[in-house]
Design a protein around this ligand. Structure first.
Ligand SMILES: CC(=O)SCCNC(=O)CCNC(=O)[C@H](O)C(C)(C)COP(=O)(O)OP(=O)(O)OC[C@H]1O[C@@H](n2cnc3c(N)ncnc32)[C@H](O)[C@@H]1OP(=O)(O)O
Ligand SMILES: O=CC(=O)O
Ligand SMILES: [Mg+2]
Length: 340
């Protein structure tokens, strides 16, 4: 493969194939969410690992996924389950499986191993196209090696941030699954008083602004992915009830360059689809810039602002994403004024 296929993947929706109630919902979700991911790793009880694997084989065989992709997250490479996960899934449903997500990737050697194993299993099972690989960025060593990981195999489809494991591995002092922390903030200066400085803000309140714990990590991941032509994603937002905080975290990732996110609960799917589809007003503006820029060179004024080759390129990113999403979604096509 010379180029990783770019398909909509705004929401990578996690389900537990060993949970009968959840698994029963999957066929009806096919075609409504960009990616359905059968999770075999964390969040699946050790006693249910085999049931989850077999549940995914059954779902893979029996479900018509329509426009949705089927992904899996296999167990970690140092676990007793991963060899059977890969062997069973590729030989039984390899033709349906688009992407294998590999957790806790440390370096190029992990991807080499999965790459070789997939090639052997694909050949054995007669799978006609390569199954792609997606790494989770959730160890400090993986973070240090992120550029190398992104470029190590032509199967590399993308990378997701794994904020929970990464926080633990880095020994961050948080206890959450993704999202921010109220203690990670900056504070305005203390006012000077006759007695010195009003450090507690008793007379002159000092404003605080919560900072983004994940800014550095996401930005570095985005650069590493862009450099190698693969796709970056935010990961889990564990506070299912905080739909507002979830939307903000997703939007930060979208603005920084991510193409999608994980969804852990059905209520996060709508948020992900909305946030990772460009806003119609931004698409409208981008189309006007493209129109105004003519052959794409020089500088023009539009609404009092200078536009040139560089802003045109940003606008083309927006328009092309909108066109891609409009192709499979009549409602978005209408909102963008594009052909569905
Ligand atoms: C750090 C990491 O690795 S994150 C990735 C690993 N974690 C996961 O994959 C978690 C996936 N999600 C879940 O397990 C669940 O959503 C939980 C445990 C968070 C919450 O589950 P519940 O307490 O059952 O949620 P809730 O009661 O709101 O569910 C409402 C309905 O949605 C269903 N549902 C919940 N989550 C999902 C899901 N991910 N996919 C499909 N259906 C789901 C429930 O079965 C329930 O169905 P019902 O109305 O027929 O009873
Ligand atoms: O697997 C995801 C994480 O945040 O850890
Ligand atoms: Mg993890």
């Amino acid at each position: 493969m010379r180029e990783i296929p770019s398909r909509p993947s705004r929401a990578i929706h996690f389900f537990d194939p060993s949970n009968a109630k959840m698994a029963a919902k999957v066929p009806a979700m096919a075609g409504t969410v960009d990616v359905l991911l059968g999770n075999l790793e964390d969040a699946i009880k050790a006693d249910n690992k085999e049931a989850a694997r077999e549940g995914l084989v059954t779902i893979g065989r029996e479900t018509d996924f329509g426009t949705s992709q089927l992904w899996t997250r296999v167990n970690a490479l140092d676990s007793p389950w991963v060899l059977d996960d890969l062997t069973r899934l590729v030989t039984e449903i390899g033709d349906k499986l688009d992407v294998v997500m590999v957790p806790k990737v440390q370096g190029a050697e992990d991807i080499h191993y999965v790459d070789r194993l997939l090639a052997q299993l694909e050949a054995k099972a007669g799978v006609q196209r390569p199954i792609l690989v997606h790494a989770i960025l959730e160890t400090a060593r993986g973070m240090a090696n992120v550029e190398e990981i992104c470029g190590v195999s032509p199967r590399m489809q993308g990378i997701s941030l794994g904020p929970a494991d990464l926080a633990a591995d880095r020994r961050m002092k948080t206890t959450r699954v993704g999202g921010g922390h109220p203690g990670y903030l900056v504070r305005s200066d203390a006012a000077k008083t006759d007695d010195g400085y009003d450090v507690h803000g008793e007379q002159t309140p000092r404003s605080t602004y919560q900072q983004d714990l994940w800014h550095y990590t996401i930005a570095r991941m985005v650069d590493a992915c862009a450099m190698h032509g693969i796709f970056p994603y935010y990961g889990p937002y564990g506070d299912i009830t905080d739909v507002v905080g979830c939307e903000d975290q997703f939007r930060n990732a979208f603005l920084l360059g991510c193409v999608g996110t994980w969804t852990l609960h059905p209520k996060q799917i709508e948020i992900a689809k909305r946030v990772f589809s460009p806003a119609p007003e931004d698409v409208e503006h981008a189309k006007r810039v493209v129109e105004a820029m003519g052959d794409g060179t020089g500088a023009v004024m539009l609404d009092g602002k200078m536009e040139d080759d560089a802003s045109l390129k940003q606008c083309l990113v927006m328009v092309r994403l909108a066109e891609q999403l409009a192709e499979g979604d009549p409602e978005l096509a209408a909102a963008y004024g594009m052909k569905g």
